[in-house]
Design a protein around this ligand. Structure first.
Ligand code: ZN
Length: 458
């Protein structure tokens, strides 16, 4: 049995790369290494994905689905004997229906391509994250991506109305629902969302679109204590009457990192506050929205919730503010970062971060600690930067330090990046034995031979 020849016979000569060609491709945006696999198949449509899966199922060959390779948890790593199914040729936006406010897309469409395509209909697809230009919608669904606007629109699973997926044995489950409400039995698409390619291959999606906001007001805010940060979030959400669209936070070290060279950004306000918040409001009335936003900011200042703020005067300012938040790559400068995406109750965040600051020096010695994230969603990103030569040795110690305190208050080891290979040893911190057993049952039911993304999550 020759994998490459067999797959070529099914979907065409050029559509399948052999192991040597695969090895010339990068393993991803965050990765220094190249891909490896027995073959990389590039199907053009769902039927070809089904043919590949029927063959792999019959021959017990493991399959790893890949999208934009922007993941952070080794969720789409492939081994030399496995087959990669890349969605790179399935990039069609099949339909945008402005009345129903839906888009029908193939799984390989990038997030940014869809965001731009719906703009001309005065609509928007609200999922947004730094990797928008490369990350694919199929990957966003398979990992249930989060990002910057979860506070208003939810995560990817809240934006998917319909889905088509190919099961391990090649069965196509087409569930391309266009309705917002459909309670006719189990919501099957939710099974595949966040399953990281272990239960099926997502091939097409029906996505829910929203009206495009026409106004945007933003502020970069300095605060002198954490309690004020949590109160300021509630104050803005209440005062803005439903138009709050982002509430991002930065601890001082991260703010300094992204506003000091070699970072390109300039600090909009002084660099010596312990906490910073980036607030965004999106609405539809230029005059009233700005008035309401400025009033909300003014009352926050007068009541002492915030001590300093830069308020956007233009779209350029807004763009500049977001560039600072999105400049996460700065954590790569001067060392290697170990990056986390934890969830925890807002009222535990201050104690939790102080604990990390106290305990890390004794545990790992010299390092840099950066904390930032989506406060409104209870999701913090923690980046612990260490010397490259210490990375492998320190990594498990850092993981232990970051994850173990979460168990005490039912926090999550993954708010949005998923489990992949990286967090498998820590899944039990966030999921009970009963939950993990049910996950295993589902996996066995849908993929009895265990050929879909083997070894990931469970
Ligand atoms: Zn995030």
């Amino acid at each position: 049995m020759n994998v490459v020849e067999s797959l070529r016979a099914l979907i065409g000569e050029k559509a399948v790369l052999d192991a040597a060609d695969v090895a010339t491709r990068s393993a991803g945006v965050w990765r220094p290494d190249n891909l490896q696999a027995a073959a990389l198949a590039r199907p053009a449509n769902t039927d070809e994905v089904a043919q590949i899966m029927r063959w792999c199922h019959a021959n017990k060959v493991a399959v790893v689905t890949q999208g934009g390779l922007t993941g952070l948890v080794h969720g789409s790593d492939a081994a030399p004997e496995q087959v990669i199914v890349s969605m790179e040729r399935m990039r069609g936006i099949e339909e945008i229906n402005p009345q129903q406010r839906t888009a029908t897309v193939e799984a390989g469409v990038t997030l940014q391509a869809l965001q731009e395509a719906v703009e001309e209909h005065q609509l928007m697809f609200p999922l947004d994250l730094g990797a928008r230009g490369t990350a694919t919608l199929g990957g966003n669904a398979a990992t249930n991506a989060g990002g910057n606007r979860v506070i208003r629109y939810g995560m990817m699973r809240d934006m998917v109305l319909g889905m088509e997926a190919v099961l391990a044995d090649g069965t196509v489950v087409s569930s391309m629902n266009h309705l917002i409400k459909n309670n006719a039995g189990y919501d099957l698409k939710q099974l595949f969302m966040g399953s990281e390619g272990t239960l099926g291959i997502i091939t097409r999606l029906v996505l829910r679109l929203r009206e495009q906001p026409v106004t945007r007001n933003m502020a970069f805010v300095g605060l002198d204590n954490f309690d004020h940060l949590a109160s300021f979030l509630r104050h803005m959400d209440r005062a803005l009457g439903g138009t709050l669209s982002a509430f991002e936070v930065m601890w001082q070290d991260f703010y300094r990192l992204v506003t000091t060279p070699p970072a390109k950004g300039n600090p909009p306000i002084a660099q010596d506050y312990p906490y910073y918040a980036l607030v965004e409001s999106q609405g539809a009335d230029l005059e009233l929205d700005t008035l309401r936003f400025n009033n909300a900011m003014e009352s926050a200042y007068e009541s002492g919730l915030i001590v300093d703020a830069a308020i956007s005067q233009s779209e350029t300012d807004c763009h500049h503010f977001w560039e600072l938040r999105d400049d996460v790559e700065q954590v790569m400068h001067g060392g290697l970062p170990i990056i986390f995406d934890i969830s925890l109750p807002v009222e535990e965040m201050e104690k939790y971060s102080a604990g990390l600051q106290d305990n890390l020096p004794a545990a790992i010695g010299e390092h840099k600690l950066y904390i930032f994230g989506h406060l409104g969603d209870g999701n913090l990103h923690v980046a612990v930067q260490v010397k490259p030569e210490d990375y492998l040795r320190l990594r498990p110690i850092v993981e232990q330090q970051v994850y173990s305190p979460l168990a005490a208050f039912q926090g999550s080891v993954s708010a949005e990046h998923g489990i992949g290979l990286e967090k498998k040893p820590y899944l039990h911190i966030s999921r009970s034995e009963t939950e993990i057993a049910l996950m295993r049952n589902l996996k066995t039911a849908l993929d009895p031979q265990g050929i879909l993304n083997p070894g990931k999550i469970l």
